[in-house]
Design a protein around this ligand. Structure first.
Ligand SMILES: C[S@@+](CC[C@H](N)C(=O)[O-])C[C@H]1O[C@@H](n2cnc3c(N)ncnc32)[C@H](O)[C@@H]1O
Length: 285
């Protein structure tokens, strides 16, 4: 088959003519999704200064995060191209409606939390909703990509919401134990090897106060087992292994109580659980 040599960021990659045409169609479609106004807004950012201000120089990026061509973007989450496309593509990938989906996370929050952590917060869409709904709470968004945090910070400044943005690893946050009433993790686990998701759940056990809530919104694992084309369309390197397992089982294995999963829309699931009190189970025979 005839082949072309295309420039993908800095690398030259060999691709066939149908592949090149398909990639061109996707690029045009994504550009339409982003919209001209948003595109202009991203162009006004000083990405280098923003990433330097937010980035923690002690953070080292694990191999699973640095794999090339994550989501079809050469630099994965560690470049501005990922950020520019993220919000537009996510809105498209969350049928029937992204806001409605995220509202289900809000609805499952019990009581009035004082400390909320959004792990793998990305561009902060969920984090902003959390702060907006719980103005009394201290809200923190943590992510491994300074580029994503840069845009998240811009969004929170525009919305005049005070949120603390932290650069770090969700599986090893370095934050104080039993600090949070609620931890949310949205659309993160399908993007990493299951062994890392399990480590993150251990970290959540450590970070949550006894009785605190863990809320996980992600791809519907049962559905994704039968929609391989969708996984390929979004170039998800870990979604196939994610779909083979069960977030609910991982949470139970990590010691969470009252674990419950509900299926949302066409391709999402919401799993919630409670961090046990240390004395729980001591009197059971
Ligand atoms: C699909 S995005 C989800 C963003 C956001 N939670 C949302 O609901 O839109 C996945 C995010 O997880 C982050 N991420 C992946 N691995 C991580 C890790 N080990 N620690 C912290 N963040 C991580 C990525 O940088 C990315 O921003």
């Amino acid at each position: 088959m005839a082949s072309l040599h295309c420039r993908s960021n800095t690398k030259i990659v060999k691709t066939t003519v149908p592949q090149a045409l398909w990639q061109l169609c996707i690029k045009v479609f994504v550009r339409i999704l982003i919209g001209a106004d948003n595109q202009k807004q991203y162009n006004t950012y000083d990405w280098e200064a923003g990433c330097q201000a937010l980035g923690n120089p002690e953070v080292t990026y694990p191999q699973y995060y640095r794999i090339p061509n994550f989501h079809g973007v050469e630099g994965g989450y560690l470049c501005k191209e990922a950020v520019v496309t993220y919000d537009a593509v996510t809105a498209f990938a969350c049928p029937p409606n992204e806001t409605h989906l995220r509202r289900q996370v809000m609805k499952s929050i019990q009581d009035r939390p004082c400390q909320i952590l959004d792990l793998g917060c990305g561009t902060g869409s969920m984090t902003l909703m959390l702060k907006d709904a719980h103005p009394q709470a201290e809200v923190m968004g943590l992510d491994l990509s300074p580029h994503m945090l840069c845009h998240a910070q811009h969004k929170s400044q525009q919305a005049q919401l005070q949120i603390h943005w932290q650069h770090g690893l969700a599986e090893n946050t370095g934050l104080a134990e039993q600090r949070f009433d609620v931890v949310t993790i949205c659309m993160v686990f399908h993007e990493m090897p299951p062994r890392i998701s399990r480590l993150i759940l251990q970290e959540c056990r450590r970070l949550l106060k006894p009785g605190g809530q863990l809320i996980i919104l992600d791809g519907n694992q049962k559905r994704l087992r039968h929609t391989d084309w969708l996984i390929r369309l979004f170039r998800e390197p870990y979604a196939t292994v994610y779909a083979q397992e069960s977030v609910q089982d991982w949470m139970i294995a990590a010691g969470f109580e009252r674990v419950h999963t509900q299926y949302l829309g066409w391709i999402h699931q919401l799993t919630t659980g409670i961090c046990p009190h240390p004395q729980d189970g001591l009197n059971t025979p």
